[in-house]
Design a protein around this ligand. Structure first.
Ligand SMILES: C[S@@+](CC[C@H](N)C(=O)[O-])C[C@H]1O[C@@H](n2cnc3c(N)ncnc32)[C@H](O)[C@@H]1O
Length: 328
């Protein structure tokens, strides 16, 4: 084994200074010149200092106040990552980071709190997929393609708007102190959509919440199957739709803690015994659960080895942060 002090590969450019494990150099290692400086190489042809005046920092392709240029983000992303790496921008703005990451084949996650998300970052990314020609497109020969997924998180205000309790309970609540009030809210609002109404899981494709967007309240469908996949922490490999004579099935397959997990969603409202029999036959015929270690299904079922996901959904949704892993 090498001696400890020889294991270091770093050099200190300050002459006449020897620090433990760091070798001082007073000449350029490549050319032996004694009048030289260190450059950080970004691209093979550009020597970068820490002042980047060779590219524009701002751009105006979206009309967003502080839109960074794609050239700038390309340089930053290329300096810090390789193809296929993850890029995170939790202040997405006009979406420059995501647009560039997409074009130069990084995976990316963006977060935006502004209500202009639809008109700025989302619209821009759709154009990127369609092969727009602004920013770095020409330089890299961007021709479009690819996919991205976006989700709206339920806001605190939306959660409050979706709490429902009957008038009598509401009147009584006004008379209680804080402790009793919170206890009562817990019980009286247990069937509100925002608290995850288990009965509504029978119609998972029609689960709705009141959502306020641009001062307007609308009843919007919520993607319950996708939410469950997130809550479970499922590493999704396929998401397939089946049709049994008008009966829609949505089936997730993925990995969780080295186990193959299948999640089956279908509309079971008003189902009788014969419907569950038909369900069991269809799932077997289509080999939907084949090879799975765990099979989750919404509501009841006769599918051999399957368990209802309803309780797991509820407990995951309100679990404290940190205790979320595992399928149990
Ligand atoms: C300076 S802009 C980002 C510009 C962006 N890099 C571009 O090139 O267009 C900052 C963005 O962060 C958003 N933002 C600020 N606080 C946030 C938060 N807590 N969560 C999510 N987004 C936030 C703002 O709404 C704004 O759109």
């Amino acid at each position: 084994m090498k001696k400890k002090e020889n294991r270091y590969k770093y050099y200190d450019v300050t002459p006449n200074k020897v620090i433990y494990g760091v070798q001082a150099i007073d000449r350029c290692l490549a050319c032996s010149d004694d009048d030289w400086r260190v450059d950080y190489l970004g691209a093979p042809t550009v020597n970068l200092s820490n002042l980047w005046l060779d590219i524009e920092s701002y751009a105006n392709t979206t009309g967003f106040f502080t839109e960074n240029s794609e050239a700038l983000l390309k340089r930053v992303i290329e300096l810090a990552s390789d193809k296929g790496d993850w890029i995170l921008d939790f202040f997405l703005g006009s979406g420059t980071t995501a647009a560039v990451a997409h074009k130069i084949q990084r995976k990316y996650i963006g977060v935006e709190v502004g209500s202009y998300f639809d008109d700025k970052a989302l619209l821009r990314l759709k154009k990127v997929l369609a092969g727009e020609t602004v920013g770095i497109s020409k330089e890299i020969g961007w021709a479009g393609g690819g996919a991205f997924k976006y989700i709206y998180l339920e806001s605190y205000e939306d959660a409050l708007n979706n709490i429902e309790f009957n008038e009598a309970a509401g009147q009584t609540a006004l008379k209680f102190d804080d402790y009793l009030l919170s206890y009562m809210l817990d019980w009286e609002t247990r069937e509100s959509p925002t608290r995850l109404n288990l009965q509504q899981l029978a119609s998972p494709f029609a689960y709705k919440l009141k959502i306020t967007r641009q001062q307007e309240i609308t009843n919007q469908a919520v993607d319950i199957p996708e939410t469950f996949a997130y809550l479970l922490g499922l590493d999704v490999s396929t998401r397939r739709v089946y049709d049994d004579n008008g009966r829609r099935y949505l089936v997730y397959r993925g990995a969780l803690d080295h186990r193959e997990v299948v999640v089956v969603w279908r509309d079971t409202a008003k189902w009788e015994q014969k419907d569950y029999e038909r369900d069991k036959t269809f799932v077997a015929a289509q080999k939907i659960a084949e090879g799975a270690d765990d099979v989750f299904v919404n509501g009841d079922s006769l599918i051999p080895g399957a368990r209802s996901l309803d309780g797991v959904f509820k407990s995951r949704m309100f679990a404290p942060m940190g205790g979320m892993r595992g399928a149990n």
